[in-house]
Design a protein around this ligand. Structure first.
Ligand code: DGP
Length: 114
């Protein structure tokens, strides 16, 4: 999508601090990190929200989690623990409408989240 910030990172039109990529998934550091490790894992396919995920996207969504697992290992936060979050729509705090898995770690985290 031409007006999507994350599609522009995928196309290289705007820069991203990319930490992982493959044919289906891209991951880059969040511009406004909420933890020492804060990476966004996105599908190359534009999907606006989790409400828009279709049955044929099931494997793609699984690949996002496999990428997150690999990145957590690379960042050495896998053993201590980390959080993965996908915000859906405005009440949950979604501001960029291209689904993204937040991978947060390297600090203690409370529950419930805000
Ligand atoms: P959410 O609130 O769940 O939609 O998260 C959107 C995140 O995207 C937010 O943590 C900030 C980040 N973000 C927004 N624009 C950019 C950008 O241009 N580059 C990067 N790296 N991150 C961005």
């Amino acid at each position: 999508m031409t007006d999507c910030i994350f599609c522009k990172i995928i196309s290289g039109d705007i820069p991203g601090d990319i930490v992982y990529q493959d044919d289906d998934v891209l991951a880059f550091r969040d511009l406004n990190p909420q933890a020492p490790t804060h990476v966004l894992v996105i599908p190359r396919k534009h999907i606006a929200t989790t409400n828009d995920i279709q049955p044929e996207d099931a494997e793609l969504i699984g690949k996002m989690y496999l990428a997150a697992k690999q990145i957590a290992k690379d960042e050495a936060i896998d053993e201590a623990g980390y959080r993965t979050v996908i915000n859906c729509n405005r009440a949950a705090g979604q501001t960029v409408f291209h689904i993204h898995l937040h991978l947060l770690g390297a600090r203690p985290m409370g529950w419930p989240p805000g």
